[in-house]
Design a protein around this ligand. Structure first.
Ligand SMILES: [Zn+2]
Ligand SMILES: [Zn+2]
Length: 164
C-alpha cells in the first residue's frame, strides 16, 4: 500500500486540529462551568478570581483541583443549614430551666415538680397560663390580683371556675 505523503500530512493536520479544537472547547466549557459554580458557592470576588485563574493556568486538570478545594456547600445550601440551625436553637430556647433548681421545665407548667418553685400563674378568670409579673390577662382582659394567692388556692379557684 502506497499512500501519498501529502494526503497523509493533510490527514494528520485535520486530526490534530480537530483534537486541539476539542480540547479548547472542553477547556472553555470547564472555565464557564467553574465561573458559574463558584458564583453559587462564594460571593468573595477573590475566591472567584482564584478559581478562574486555576482553570485558566491548568487547562483541564485545574478542574480536579477546583473540585477538591471548592466550598462544600452552595450559598443556597448554606442558607438552608443556617435556617435549620436557627430553628433548632429556637426549639432549645423554648425549653426553659427552673429558676429554683435548674431542671428542664415545660412551657405550660405553673410549678416546678422538683423544687415547687412557682413558675407561672393561672388567670383567675379564664384559666390560661400567665407570666408571674402580668397583672392583666392578655387572653380575657381581666385584671389579676396583685397579691398572689398560694398556688394551691389558685389551682382550686381554677377548678371551681371550670365547674361553673
Ligand atoms: Zn425546680
Ligand atoms: Zn384570662
Amino acid at each position: 500500500m502506497n499512500i501519498d505523503p501529502q494526503i497523509l500530512n493533510n490527514i494528520i493536520l485535520i486530526a490534530t486540529s480537530l483534537g486541539v479544537s476539542f480540547i479548547v472547547a472542553l477547556w472553555m466549557s470547564i472555565i464557564f462551568w467553574v465561573i458559574r459554580d463558584i458564583r453559587s458557592r462564594s460571593r468573595d470576588p477573590f475566591v472567584g478570581l482564584l478559581s478562574f485563574l486555576l482553570v485558566i493556568i491548568l487547562p483541564i486538570f485545574g478542574i480536579f483541583i477546583y473540585w477538591i478545594i471548592r466550598p462544600n456547600q452552595t450559598i443556597e445550601q448554606k442558607y438552608q443549614t443556617a435556617l435549620e440551625e436557627e430553628a433548632l436553637l429556637k426549639e432549645l430556647e423554648k425549653k426553659q430551666n427552673c429558676p429554683g433548681c435548674g431542671r428542664m421545665i415545660e412551657d405550660d407548667w405553673i410549678l416546678c415538680p422538683s423544687c415547687h418553685t412557682r413558675i407561672k400563674k393561672i388567670c383567675i378568670s379564664c384559666g390560661k397560663i400567665l407570666e408571674l409579673p402580668w397583672n392583666l390577662c392578655p387572653f380575657c382582659g381581666n385584671p389579676q390580683q396583685k397579691v398572689y394567692k398560694t398556688d394551691k388556692a389558685q389551682a382550686n379557684l381554677y377548678q371551681l371556675d371550670k365547674k361553673d
